[in-house]
Every structure is written in structure tokens, then in C-alpha cells.
Design a protein around this ligand. Structure first.
Ligand code: FAD
Ligand code: DLZ
Ligand code: SF4
Length: 514
């Protein structure tokens, strides 16, 4: 039966469920570069370049493996600009008898696919995306009847299911989680691993030119584009990570250093999320490094937890909470993000570093996202839907299924604590402990009041004071509220005044890009 198999930009996996039992003689694989996907938010230029180049390379690999691939380029004059429009044109060209597609990664695209059967009068088979360990039914069964969806318990189910780091029924090392050992600050180190920089080939050069011309008004720079765009190159980066960085990944997972965007992180998320690398395979290889004595347990457990724990859990939450998850705003926050989130032009050094790096490379690591840009946005009371949009735009690994729960849920507490029992907030002291940023900053991290005081300090206490009605009885915030309540009324007034002046200056200073 002649079958049309649309392969989306984050489905670049040769063993995709929609292709697995297909007969190449009777199948047309359709890949579509479309305007709607490149502009539904203003993606960072490097994110668009990465996805389009990886799609073009994947199409060539599929064709070399014997598939008939119909590839629609963005600058094709007849390009309709949408997935649905391109399916319509492909139905005309190929007259398929059915469509088989692997489920999409976001509600927006699910709605499109759901309309195809009626629109085209063809059967549409939607297959589960089994690149993930936990399907929707399994996550829902786990979550049902639980008051709190604690990631740690979900993670243990995934450990048992995969057998990763298990000795029989017990976790290796007699503990499930070594997170407490993964919080060391880092020092500059000449031997710090420097990941591969992949020089653009002819295909990538063409895409870079297209993106430079067509998306000139999108955030970010294309200058230092150095991402892998093929499975083979992504694999080189994975091999490099296991050899050079994994052993110290755990120790320095939360550390931040000026000018160092990689530290001991893997920088593999773009490749995992678009399908060039298989997450379970990476976890098995990490375990093998531990079993062979080449990497310590705190690193390997930490790495595996991020993937089979946090990554799968975030996806489960996204699909379980539904399309209106994006509208949640538990703290009733409505401030616009400052315009310098799109330029990095601020005198707060930590933010300048994290945003500058983000605009330069479309990547920042977890603690920069959570405790610098995310923490600041939360403390100033930024609108969580806007913050979500910013993260979706600027990060190369950002697809809504993973970005939204991380941003709106974990980082902005927009869901009121579904994902975390307290908001991820801190004063400047945390940033000072985990980075070398404050030493370079014009502000004094030890001061709370005055023109040189680190803005995070007054903002932190003012946030707690503003939200005492919503958060005051949170058991995990008992200590800071006790400290705040012990302050004199005058000291509290001074702190809140300092914060108000800062927020005023933010509102006056720069226009949000939204
Ligand atoms: P490493 O530090 O090497 O971690 C290993 C792997 O674990 C990653 O490659 C990733 O696949 C996985 N992982 C780690 N943490 C998470 C997490 N919280 N959720 C899901 N997977 C995780 N990650 C994305 O993949 N896409 C996003 O859009 C995204 N948005 C985020 C937004 C915010 C506000 C925050 C706080 C985190 C976000 N993350 C997101 C999670 C995390 O920051 C990135 O996965 C990580 O920085 C990617 O870099 P890496 O590959 O070097 O990761
Ligand atoms: C993010 C993205 C971009 C920028 N462009 C395309 C594209 O032109 N064609 C495509 O198939 N996919 C693209 N993507 C990724 C899709 O947005 C992603 O596959 C959907 O979000 C499905 O969940
Ligand atoms: Fe950031 Fe404050 Fe440190 Fe400056 S002093 S780098 S604003 S935490």
C-alpha cells in the first residue's frame, strides 16, 4: 500500500517508529522545511541553521539507505509554509493510500496532524515515539492517585525498568541519588575539556546563508556556528564526552565560570532532542564507563538521572497537563522581560555572561538557565508565558515538550509547585558560591542596600515578602521566612524600597522585545 511518511525536524532517527516496518519500495518519506515552524517563535538563528542542516543531511542519509525522499526546501517558490499545506501538495504529487507518522512533540503540531484524516480523506496512523522510555499511558498510570509527582520516585521506576545502575533489585552503591556530591564550585583548569567545533560543510554553508538573509531579525549570532549536523559527528562529540568530561561531570555539574560554556557538560541535548543520538544508548555507555572503573558513580548516576529521570519526567508532565499548561501563572506575574535579555547589555555580570553566551551559541547549561536567567526572571515577577517564549526561542535544544515544564514549571513556579516543592530562587550568595562571576561585577554581592548592592539580594527578600500569602507556609521556606520576620520593620522597609527602585529602573530602562 503506497504510504506517505512525514518525518519532522525533531525526528531525525533512521529507526523512527513510522519507518520501522515500512517497505522502501512503497513508501515516500516527506521532509518539509516550512515557514511556520521557523517563525512560530523567533528562534535563535543557530537553532534554525542547526535544524535545517541536520534535516538536509538526514534526508541524504535516508536516500543513501534506499528510501525515496521528497524534500521541500524553505526557498522552494511553491512552498506553502505549513506542514498541513505541504502534506496537501505531497498528496497531490504521490497519491498515497495512507499516511503513517510518529507522534509530534508538541500540542500545536498534534492539532495539525489530527486534522489530516478529515482534510485529505486518507487513513492517518499515528505511532508512539518510542525513542522515549515512558509512553503517555505509563506516565499517567504512575502519576494517577499521587498527591505529589516527585521526580525522584519516577526516576526509581525508570531505573528498575531499564536496569541501569542496578545490582539485582538494589541501586548500585546502595543509594539512588548522589546529587549532594555534585555541587562543587570549579576553578579555571587548563585541562578542562573543550568539545569539538565542527566546521560547516557545503550544505551547512548554504543553510547559514539562507538563515542570515531570511531571519536577520531573529535573536543570536551565526558567527561561531560549530554544531554537529550529522549523526556521525554527534557521535564524535558523545565519544569525546565519555572520555574527557564524564569523570568530572558530577562534581562540577552546578558550577559556572566566566567564558566557559561547556565545563564538564556533555552538550549533547540538541542531538538527543532532534534524534541524532539515542538517549538510552548514551546512558548504557555511561554505565559502562562506571563499570570499567573509568568514571565515578556520582558522575554516572547524575548523568543517567538527568536523562531517564528529568528528561522523561518533563515529557510526562507536558503531555499530562495538556495544552493549557502554558497559561498557568500561580504567582500572578506580569512584568515584561527587560530588553537586554535579547542583547546581554546589562551591568549585572552573571546575567551578561549567561545571556551573552546564549546569544553567541544558543546554549547555556542547566544552572545558568535555572539560577541566573530563570532566577532573575522569577525574582522580578516576569510573566511566565513570556519567559517560556524566550527560552523556546534562544536555546538550540528547545522544543516545547521539554522547555515548557522546565521553564514555566521548574524555573518560574507557574504551576504552583507541581514539579518542585519550592521556587528556585536565590540571592547573590548562591551565584557567588557556584561561580567566579561576582568578582568581575560592578555590584557588591555582600551588600543588600545602596547603589552598589547586588540587585539579587533585595529582590530575593522582596519576592518572599510579596508572596508571603502564597508561600509563607511552605515548609521548605520556613528558614528564610523566619530570617525575614526577624528583621526590624525599618530594615524590611529599606529592603523593599531598594527592590522597588530597582524594578522601577528596569521598567523605565528598556523595552521588552515582546
Ligand atoms: P548535561 O548537563 O550534559 O546533561 C545531560 C543530559 O541530561 C542533557 O543532554 C539532557 O538531555 C538531559 N537533561 C538534563 N537536565 C534536564 C532537564 N531539566 N530536562 C530535560 N532534560 C535534561 N533541556 C532541553 O533539552 N531543552 C530545553 O528546552 C530546556 N530548557 C530548559 C529551560 C530551563 C529554564 C531550565 C532550567 C532547563 C532547561 N533544560 C532544557 C534542561 C537543561 O538545561 C539542558 O538539558 C542542558 O543544559 C543541556 O545541555 P547538556 O546536553 O550539556 O546537558
Ligand atoms: C524547530 C523547527 C524549525 C525551526 N524548522 C522546522 C522545519 O522547517 N521543518 C520541520 O519539520 N521541523 C522544524 N522544526 C522542528 C519542529 O518545529 C518540530 O519537529 C515540531 O515542533 C514537532 O513537534
Ligand atoms: Fe550577579 Fe550580583 Fe554577583 Fe553581580 S554581584 S555577578 S549581579 S550575583
Amino acid at each position: 500500500m503506497k504510504t506517505l511518511v512525514p518525518v519532522l525536524g525533531d525526528q531525525l532517527t533512521p529507526t523512527l517508529s513510522s519507518l520501522r516496518d515500512a517497505d522502501p519500495a512503497d513508501t515516500v518519506v516527506l521532509m518539509m522545511e516550512v515557514g511556520d515552524e521557523t517563525t512560530y517563535v523567533r528562534h535563535h538563528k543557530q537553532k534554525i541553521a542547526y535544524i535545517l542542516s541536520a534535516m538536509r543531511h538526514h534526508a541524504a542519509a535516508l536516500a543513501a539507505a534506499g528510501w525515496t525522499v521528497d524534500y521541500v526546501h524553505l526557498d522552494d517558490p511553491d512552498n506553502s509554509g505549513s506542514f498541513t499545506g505541504e502534506i496537501a501538495r505531497a498528496v497531490q504529487r504521490h497519491a498515497p493510500e495512507r499516511i503513517v507518522v510518529t507522534e509530534a512533540g508538541e500540542w500545536r503540531v498534534v492539532a495539525m496532524i489530527d486534522s489530516w484524516e478529515t482534510l485529505f480523506g486518507l487513513p492517518v496512523e499515528i505511532r508512539s515515539d518510542d525513542r522515549f522510555l515512558c509512553d503517555h499511558a505509563e506516565f499517567d498510570a504512575w502519576a494517577k492517585d499521587r498527591n505529589q509527582l516527585t521526580m525522584e520516585f519516577f526516576y526509581r521506576v525508570m531505573r528498575r525498568k531499564t536496569g541501569l545502575l542496578m545490582d539485582g533489585t538494589k541501586p548500585v552503591g546502595d543509594r539512588w541519588n548522589f546529587d549532594k556530591e555534585n555541587r562543587k564550585p570549579a576553578k579555571n583548569d587548563l585541562f578542562m575539556p573543550r568539545p569539538h567545533a565542527f566546521a560547516p560543510d557545503a550544505v551547512t554553508e548554504q543553510v547559514l546563508a539562507l538563515v542570515a538573509e531570511r531571519f536577520a531579525d531573529h535573536p543570536g549570532s551565526l558567527d561561531d556556528f560549530a554544531y554537529a549536523v550529522t549523526a556521525a559527528d554527534a557521535e564524535k562529540q558523545a565519544a569525546y564526552f565519555f572520555e574527557k568530561a564524564l569523570p568530572q561531570f558530577g562534581d562540577y555539574e552546578d558550577a559556572m565560570l566566566t567564558g566557559e560554556r561547556h565545563l564538564w557538560h556533555s552538550i549533547l541535548s540538541p542531538y538527543i532532542n532532534s534524534g541524532l543520538l539515542d538517549p538510552l544508548d548514551l546512558c548504557r555507555r555511561a554505565e559502562a564507563e562506571y563499570r570499567a572503573g573509568r568514571a565515578p558513580l556520582n558522575s554516572v548516576e547524575g548523568y543517567i538521572r538527568q536523562i531517564i529521570g528529568w528528561r522523561e519526567y518533563m515529557r510526562g508532565i507536558y503531555w499530562r497537563e495538556g495544552p493549557d499548561y502554558v497559561t498557568r501563572n500561580f504567582l500572578d506575574h506580569h512584568r515584561k522581560l527587560p530588553g537586554w535579555y535579547w542583547t546581554g547589555d546589562t551591568d549585572m555580570y552573571c546575567l551578561k555572561e549567561a545571556i551573552g553566551q546564549t546569544l553567541g551559541t544558543a546554549h547555556a547549561h542547566h544552572i545558568q538557565r535555572l539560577m541566573v536567567t530563570g532566577n532573575f526572571a522569577l525574582l522580578i515577577g516576569a510573566d511566565p508565558a513570556e519567559v517560556h517564549r524566550w527560552y523556546l526561542e534562544v536555546y538550540i535544544d528547545a522544543y516545547e515538550w521539554v522547555e515548557l515544564p522546565n521553564t514555566l514549571g521548574m524555573s518560574q513556579f507557574g504551576d504552583g509547585g507541581l514539579l518542585g516543592s519550592k521556587p528556585y530562587i536565590s540571592s547573590g550568595a548562591y551565584i557567588d558560591r557556584m561561580s567566579d562571576y561576582c568578582g568581575h561585577c560592578r555590584y557588591d554581592v555582600k551588600q543588600r542596600i545602596g547603589p552598589d548592592a547586588c540587585p539579587f539580594n533585595a529582590l530575593y527578600w522582596d519576592f518572599l515578602a510579596r508572596h508571603a500569602d502564597r508561600l509563607g507556609d511552605n515548609p521548605r521556606l520556613r528558614m528564610p521566612y523566619r530570617t525575614w520576620n526577624r528583621q526590624s520593620a525599618q530594615s524590611q522597609d529599606e529592603t523593599r524600597h531598594q527592590s522597588e527602585i530597582f524594578l522601577q529602573s528596569l521598567d523605565n530602562e528598556s523595552e521588552s522585545a515582546y
